[in-house]
Design a binder for this molecule. Structure first.
Ligand code: HEM
Length: 434
């Protein structure tokens, strides 16, 4: 039988087993930038490259409604989220998130987060050891909670951080992590919906122009005001991904540990280098593996086809490690992004295309801003990295250093004088990414 016509075996189990490496491995076995496969019981076509990004984001090619599997909606995004809308409904809902594309709100959010970080660092002196991933999640939660207008007395940062992290951590896996993610989402949607209702009834005054206020008064022209559950979903679609920047903070710490030479330029306050470093962290380390949409019509890309009702996949991790685009893609080199700032559709850890018109992440500016500020702070901290498991398993989605990146010693500023007998270990076990 012609290899083109042979029925394809469903690759969902291979995806679960191989994680981030699944598509790049299969792409390598084919011609390198397109792959015909089957996923979730449907024919699928995976593509990569800047031209393919434009093909993927063409609304006449794919729609998002019905594209996101229910287990992902019930954990990561929420039912009825902006991610699942198309056409005018998407554009109107997206307006909620457009202030995130502007410099001022992003600067204010960054101020909230860096203030929370500086306070947290002072408190670390009382601790033997801190896990940066966990600490960053609480700091980011505190910052985004205050910036978004949530009343701090009703939303303690620590339990909220645990739930927001759980929603991300458990979206792509069966088992206990997934159950935790479902429970976390159900709990926080209920709380956020109540909050939105209080704002709607006038029992609570949300700060003017805060995310909370905007979500509570948002109207979809065709449907009127958002019901409180959908408003809660969109409020969480600002809080949750902001806290997800803790994954990148742990990766930044990993990069500074593996390639300590970058510390100097960050410490010195070289702003352009901080931006390049943030971009390289987002390119090099794995987060979103790929994106998918349902094909509206039969599509052909570089000689391979998928019928209407199939799946078009954009190979995010593969494109961010494409030899042709990046040259030596598995080397961590922020300088590559100093010499040549990335084109719109080249660096796609948070999607491609135009964020105002399409589905590209509206939080990219927030992510880069936070990562620049926190990477500089990390580089200025003096700390010891004790022995721990720093491997980053590619089979786990989403992945991170296994230990969460623990530090001891001078990160805890007054520690040496408070506990003079403490011995400092400099032994560290790191593994390659993978
Ligand atoms: C850890 C950092 C982040 C990563 C890796 C990330 C990644 C992504 C990706 C891959 C998409 C899908 C793009 C697509 O479907 O084409 C997305 C969409 C989205 N992101 Fe982010 N994001 C991050 C941070 C943020 C932040 C900080 C916010 C808001 C404050 C945010 C809000 C959103 C929203 C609302 C969407 C849906 C956009 C739409 O469907 O139109 N993200 N993000």
């Amino acid at each position: 039988m012609d290899a083109h016509r042979r029925p394809l075996i469903d690759r969902t189990p291979a995806l679960l087993a191989e994680g981030y490496a699944w598509l790049p491995n299969r792409m390598r076995d084919s011609n390198g930038s397109v792959l015909r496969t089957r996923l979730l019981g449907r024919p699928a076509l995976a593509v990569r490259g800047p031209e393919a990004v434009r093909f993927f984001y063409d609304e006449s090619h794919v729609r998002r409604h019905g594209a996101v599997p229910a287990p992902v909606l019930d954990t990561l995004f929420g039912q009825g989220a902006v991610h699942t809308l198309d056409g005018d409904a998407h554009r109107t809902r997206k307006e909620l998130f457009l202030p995130l594309l502007e410099a001022d709100p992003v600067a204010r959010l960054t101020d909230h987060v860096t203030t929370a970080w500086d306070e947290a660092v002072r408190s670390w002196s009382e601790r033997d050891r801190v896990v940066l991933f966990d600490e960053a999640a609480v700091v980011l939660t505190r910052g985004v909670r205050d910036w978004a207008g949530l009343p701090p007395r009703s939303f303690d940062a620590e339990p909220l951080a645990l739930d927001l992290v759980a929603m991300v951590d458990g979206f792509a896996t069966p088992g206990p992590r997934h159950l935790r993610a479902r429970r976390a989402r159900a709990r926080q949607e209920t709380r956020m919906a109540r909050l939105v209702e209080e704002v709607g009834s006038g029992d609570l005054v949300a700060p003017a122009d805060s995310v909370l206020e905007r979500v509570a008064r948002h109207r979809d022209p065709a449907e009127g005001p958002l019901d409180s559950r959908t408003a809660a979903v969109e409020l969480l679609n600002v809080l949750r991904p902001t806290v997800a920047v803790s994954w990148f903070v742990a990766f930044a710490a990993h990069a500074l540990h593996r390639w300590p030479a970058h510390r100097e330029r960050l410490r010195g306050g070289d702003a352009e280098f901080a931006t390049a470093f943030a971009h390289e962290v987002r390119r090099f380390y794995p987060f979103a593996p790929f994106l998918g949409g349902r094909t509206v019509t039969g599509l052909t890309w570089h000689g391979e086809s998928v019928p209407a009702g199939g799946i078009l996949l954009l190979d995010v991790y593969g494109q961010n490690h494409d030899e042709e685009l990046w040259g030596d893609p598995y080397a961590f080199r922020p300088e590559r992004l100093l010499d040549r700032p990335p084109g719109r559709d080249e660096l796609i850890p948070q999607g491609g295309g135009d964020p105002a018109a399409g589905h590209r992440c509206p939080g990219e500016r927030v992510t880069v801003g936070l990562l620049e500020a926190l990477a500089v702070r990390l580089a200025r901290l003096e700390y010891t990295v004790p022995e721990q498991d720093l491997r980053i398993p590619l089979r786990r989605i989403p992945t991170r250093p296994r230990s969460g990146f623990a530090v001891t010693g001078d990160a805890l500023p007054d520690r040496a004088s408070a506990h003079p007998s403490t011995t400092r270990q400099a032994t560290t076990r790191t593994g390659p990414v993978g």
